[in-house]
Design a binder for this molecule. Structure first.
Ligand code: IMP
Ligand code: MG
Length: 342
């Protein structure tokens, strides 16, 4: 497939139920393509992105997972819910105080939202929410009674107009990376309602969260796991039994909730539909080492086995969009980048 890649504004989103490895893909692209801004859309601190660099493993919930690229300005778009406790803790641990900015219009998660999320048996038990306060905080936002980031004195030094910053950067020809959170299957609009999160999670939402208009987006990279996972309740069409997934050597735990993730096999129909709604121009496939353990750590296409190549080819056929990135292990260096070759 021939494709001209400009990359001046790229969105990265999850194609299945979340935890596809977006964080790792963002980190790789950031290191390689040097964005001037990396900005987060998505719901809020219900997200957990794992980024592994050498011996260190980071689980980030508020700060963009592209933080490992030191030269980018890091932003949180106005659509995102900010929990100041989680925010300040991550700023401290990651040492990003000088380059992290929050839009003044972000809505704030109060302790009371967390108590409501955890204490509500429908949200906590039936839906299996992460208990991070996002649902109740979005309720108060819609009710127009929530606080905004600009009302929080401790956030004063971090405030900016993220939309203006990004659009100014794009106008001057810079590369900007917008990262989504959650996955397509738990979108409030397109997912398995009511077993969904409290907002849309598709690429259009990520653009809107950051105040970037649709005509400014050049590439949408949708990330799929070879073996999709789901945490929390709700339908999962291709789910396999625990015994089956353990037999395959797949065992995963949520970054935020530490709950064991449910594992399934590749869902061709969902992948195609998700790529359609997301307007995917490229696809990243993660966890190819679960398809064939021999591929663990591969950094070039030549190193992939026949079995892995067949999987990639059939996924590409299912989705109808080129697979440009293949993740072969948790470390940011364990990736095959085919973007220059198409
Ligand atoms: P909430 O977003 O905390 O209200 O949770 C609603 C549903 O979305 C639950 O099934 C959660 O497990 C799921 N969920 C929310 N955020 C994430 C995420 O970042 N990864 C995976 N699942 C998530
Ligand atoms: Mg996650």
């Amino acid at each position: 497939m021939l494709l001209e890649i400009t990359m001046s504004c790229t969105i990265i989103v999850g194609g299945f139920f979340g935890d596809e490895g977006k964080g790792k893909v963002v980190a790789h692209i950031a290191n390689k393509d040097h964005p001037s801004i990396i900005s987060r859309g998505g719901v809020g601190p219900n997200a957990g992105h794992t980024v592994k660099v050498g011996e260190k493993e980071y689980g980030v919930r508020m700060i963009p997972s592209g933080f490992i690229y030191n030269n980018a300005r890091l932003c949180i778009g106005s659509g995102v819910l900010v929990d100041p406790r989680v925010f300040f803790q991550e700023v401290e641990v990651l040492g990003v105080r000088d380059r992290i900015f929050v839009d003044g219009r972000c809505s704030i998660i109060e302790e009371e939202h967390i108590a409501r999320d955890k204490g509500d048996s429908y949200l906590a038990k039936t839906i299996g929410s992460t208990g991070s306060g996002c649902g109740p905080a979005n309720v108060d936002r819609v009710m127009r009674i929530a606080r905004q980031a600009k009302d929080v004195p401790e956030l004063r030094d971090y405030l900016t107009d993220v939309s203006l910053d990004i659009n100014t950067s794009l106008d001057s020809g810079d590369f900007v990376l917008l990262e989504g959170t959650q996955g397509f299957g738990i979108s409030l609009y397109f997912g398995t309602y009511p077993f969904v999160t409290s907002k849309d999670t598709s690429a259009s939402q990520i653009a809107a969260d950051n105040g970037v208009g649709p005509t400014k987006i050049d590439e949408v990279i949708t990330v799929f796991k070879a073996y999709p996972t789901r945490v929390g309740e709700g339908p999962f069409g291709t789910e396999m039994s625990r015994e089956e997934s353990h037999r395959l050597g797949i065992e995963e735990f949520g970054t935020v909730t530490h709950r064991e993730r449910r594992i399934g096999v590749w869902d061709a129909g969902m992948a195609k539909y998700s790529a359609m709604v997301n307007g995917a121009t490229q696809v990243a496939i993660t966890g190819i080492d679960h398809v064939d353990p021999d591929c663990f750590g591969a950094t070039s296409y030549d190193q992939l086995s026949k079995k892995a190549r067949e999987f990639i080819n059939s996924a590409e056929n299912d989705i109808g969009v080129p697979v440009t990135l293949i993740s072969t292990g948790p470390d940011i260096t364990q990736i095959i980048d085919l973007r220059d070759e198409i």
